[in-house]
Design a protein around this ligand. Structure first.
Ligand code: SF4
Ligand code: SF4
Length: 390
């Protein structure tokens, strides 16, 4: 059977069009009753990476959160909670949600905060890459999770969409520690695929009205895509996102391992795209909603080919670096580094890197509130990319 991905156009975050788009994708997928049952405790899990105004396109827009919540309430699903484990654990979920405008919407709708202030170790011996996770209590106690993810770029995995958004189920500092345990894009993606198999959100709804391109997932630029996507298959959903931005889904590790481990499929012929006008082909969806100029990493990945010639690795690595003129010396990047002996430290009030020990997890880049950290490619990779694109 094919994985269904529903697409609805939504050109603004005003309440009425946002609600209409959410209702449309739900209708196309058969309605909420396909995913949740009466009496269940339903956790709405937006992307709350950092305390950012909605206009920055860093987090799920409050109107998309509210539209999904209202739609559930209208259908009689009353046991709703919300939460996500933000990048800055010290700030906490509530304060982060307030800065993103989600707390206000939740309170107006009478939706409480799930318990993201505690974590529980969950053994997962059947995991392919991870044998345990420390999950937020609010995730453990929910009967069903509705994943309200954001359409964004990501410096480690190229994109962050439905599959990657489940990482916010992991409690607090364990997220940073996970970067140390799974230090490259492949092992990290394998762990994320395991996590998806464990927490199994019932439905994934992607806010792609205003997406984030470039230096995501925190410091990129807003880019209108004007779509809401929804699917029970997060890999299929992410692969439609990839196609819309002219990125080969097979280059995204979370797609590759998501498919290999049975989370879903990124193969076009196994995906059915549903719209208000009926079923459409991927090409038709791309011609209607695609943006080939979307700024996302499309370069070929040479890591696998070059394992045998490791001396070239420093020329291939993509390194974080600080744009000193934007840096205010707050030190959040240093706190974000998951290594015991930090690979970033403050020197004369500004961050400096120890590249020899840096594992390229990009947590520092993710958490910088001033967009002062970017990632640059090694010289050889730049050359390789240029050749590949010709
Ligand atoms: S988080 Fe950003 S602004 Fe703060 S010290 Fe690090 S680079 Fe500078
Ligand atoms: S310096 Fe940045 S990229 Fe390197 S390990 Fe630390 S947080 Fe990760």
């Amino acid at each position: 059977m094919k994985s269904k991905v529903a697409i609805a156009e939504c050109r603004t975050y005003r309440q009425e069009p946002a609600e209409r788009a959410i209702e449309t994708v739900l209708d196309l997928l058969g309605g909420w009753q396909e995913f949740v049952s009466p009496g269940e405790t339903i956790l709405l899990k937006p992307n709350l990476l950092a305390r950012c105004e909605p206009e920055k396109a860093c987090t799920t827009h409050p109107q998309i959160f509210a539209a999904a919540a209202r739609s559930l309430q209208k259908e009689g699903f009353e046991n709703l909670l919300y939460g996500d484990s933000p990048g800055n654990h010290l700030m906490g979920t509530e304060q982060t949600a307030e800065g993103c405008g989600i707390r206000q919407e939740a309170e107006a709708l009478g939706i409480g905060l799930a318990d993201f202030s505690k974590g529980e170790k969950v053994m997962y011996p059947q995991g392919y890459e991870a044998d345990h996770f420390v999950l937020c209590s609010g995730v453990r106690s929910a009967d069903a999770i509705i994943n309200l993810c954001k359409m964004k770029t990501h410096q480690l995995e190229r994109i962050t969409g439905a599959v990657k958004n489940t990482f916010g189920c992991v409690y607090g500092f364990n997220k940073a520690a996970s970067h140390a345990r799974f230090p490259n894009a492949d092992s990290f993606a394998k762990m994320i695929a395991d996590l998806n198999l464990l927490v199994k959100p019932r439905l994934h709804i992607m806010d792609g009205v205003i997406a984030m391109e470039g230096n995501g997932p925190h410091s990129g630029e807003p880019m209108p895509m004007y779509v809401i996507l929804a699917s029970a298959d997060p890999v299929a959903l992410d692969s439609v996102f990839c196609r819309l931005v002219d990125l080969d889904p097979a280059l995204v590790p979370t797609n590759v391992y998501g498919q290999e481990y049975g989370v879903g499929t990124y193969e076009e012929e196994r995906i059915q795209i549903l719209t208000e006008e009926g079923e459409v082909s991927m090409a038709e969806a791309v011609s209607k909603w695609g943006n080939a100029d979307f700024n996302v990493e499309r370069g070929a990945d040479f890591k696998g080919q070059l394992n045998a010639i490791r001396f070239l690795q420093p020329l291939l690595d993509r390194k974080p670096y600080v744009k000193k003129q934007l840096c205010v010396g707050c030190g959040i990047c240093v706190q974000a580094c998951p290594l015991e002996e930090k690979a970033i430290y403050l020197k004369n009030g500004k961050p400096a890197y120890r590249y020899r020990t840096c594992i390229k997890c990009y947590c520092c880049q993710e958490m910088c509130p001033e967009k002062a950290i970017d990632v640059k490619q090694g010289r050889l990779a730049r050359l390789a990319d240029r050749n590949w694109k010709v």
